[in-house]
Design a protein around this ligand. Structure first.
Ligand SMILES: Cc1ncc(COP(=O)(O)O)c(C=O)c1O
Length: 403
């Protein structure tokens, strides 16, 4: 025990207390709220039912009773857990049935399911590239992609958001210097709602011998004629090397998958650590997801409704003088505020008016770009969309001060 008490390091509690205070002072401290009984575009918070414009349940499937019934039937016969990693004794035929559907859905030879999208990205990128390689990552990529790139230990090149010219300049400068090159982008960007120009990406990557990795967590189920996502929208189905999609957003369940060639999947099930060393997802979840895919495919009105409502909301906000980036019917609508404290004040005002919106701050988005993130669902009636626009324009004009 040192005599000089100044040499005793502060306790864990003191250190964490200081860090939490600093977060709060910067307007960046986050808290959990209890959200219950998701129903038709609304949720119950503190006993009050409010409109939910903050979830990724774009097609309104998360609380669809048909999914719950499909899961319940399998829960009854198979129990709750897979019991082990898929490669040990946790591989159920329904996992494989779902993977077959997912592969066909994305026009790929095979697919492999993971526990979440985060796990896909931190497992697959490091399985494909390492120290002798280079990864090109869009400047606005999701944290899980950034973490996957960092974990890989490959040289990391971050290029200007959705800018094929900037990407090409980097590819050109690096030509011949690395063993493998991987380009990692999102299909629909999670916090900005715009899309990567995938039609230009595919030939560009080919010219430079780079592999393409497209995480379409937010486009899957919504974009494209049949909901196959940004790769369908940009007509590059079957042309992207590594296709990632999630199940916890438009499909309303949980988990994620990677799709690609049979050899890619065979390799990943051997080498992606976040697949190999983790328990398989519950078979009942796969049953619910299969039902979600069936519904998403047959009830195409869900897709057209999201797009129509999104276009309507964007138009209303633009008519009110706001500059809303992204494509005219993009279902993720960012409203830039800038300052994190003001962002949360306006989100709080909207919450009191009966609308739950995402208040998005660093490190989710770059410093100085805090924003409200509005996500539209097929469950939102037109009148609700109009009421949201009117209330938001009013809240913004009052600076979020109303209590
Ligand atoms: C682009 C992207 N990839 C991956 C994820 C993570 O997916 P999951 O929630 O299944 O872990 C997200 C989630 O927000 C995302 O936006």
């Amino acid at each position: 025990m040192p005599d000089d008490t100044s040499l005793i390091s502060p306790s864990l509690e003191e250190v964490l207390g200081d860090e939490l205070t600093q977060l709060a002072e910067a307007g960046l401290r986050r808290t959990l709220k209890s959200v219950r009984q998701r129903r038709a575009g609304t949720v119950l918070i503190d006993g009050e039912r409010i409109a939910d414009f903050a979830s990724n349940d774009y097609l309104g499937l998360a609380a669809d009773p048909r999914l719950a019934r499909a899961a319940a039937a399998v829960l009854e016969s198979e129990g709750t857990g897979a019991g082990a990693a898929r490669l040990i004794s946790g591989n159920h035929p329904i996992h494989e049935a779902l993977e077959k559907e997912l592969a066909a859905f994305k026009h790929c030879a095979r697919a492999l399911m993971f526990g979440s999208g985060y796990m896909v990205n931190v497992g697959v990128i490091p399985a494909l590239v390492g120290e002798q390689d280079v990864v090109y990552s869009d400047a606005l990529n999701h944290a899980s992609l950034i973490d996957g790139c960092r974990l890989s230990k490959a040289t990391l090149r971050v290029f200007a958001h959705a800018d094929l010219g900037a990407l090409e300049a980097q590819l050109q400068a690096d030509a011949g210097q690395f063993r493998r090159s991987l380009i990692v982008v999102e299909g629909v960007f999670s916090m900005d709602g715009d899309m990567f120009p995938l039609a230009g990406l595919v030939p560009l990557a080919k010219r430079y011998g780079a592999w393409t990795y497209v995480d379409d967590a937010h486009g899957t189920g919504v974009m494209g004629e049949r909901g196959r996502g940004a790769i369908e929208h940009h007509d590059v189905l079957g042309k992207v090397d590594v296709v990632v999609g999630t199940l916890g957003k438009a499909l309303g369940t949980m988990g994620a998958y990677v799709a690609g060639s049979a050899r890619l999947i065979e390799f990943l099930l051997n080498r992606a650590r976040s697949f190999v060393f983790t328990t398989g997802t519950p078979p009942a979840m796969a049953a619910a997801t299969l039902e979600a895919m069936r519904i998403a495919d047959t009830e195409s009105w869900r897709r057209t409704t999201v797009r129509e409502r999104a276009a309507r909301l964007r138009l209303r906000l633009q008519q009110g003088g706001l500059n809303i980036p992204g494509q005219p019917d993009g279902h993720i609508i960012p409203v830039h505020i800038g300052d994190p404290v003001r962002t949360m004040q306006i989100a709080g005002d909207m919450r009191r008016r009966g609308f739950l919106l995402g208040g998005v701050r660093p490190p989710t988005v770059p410093a100085g770009t805090s924003r409200l993130r509005i996500s539209v669902s097929a469950m939102h009636p037109r009148e609700l969309v109009d009421a949201l626009a009117a209330n938001l324009l009013d809240a913004l004009s009052q600076g979020g001060k109303r209590t």
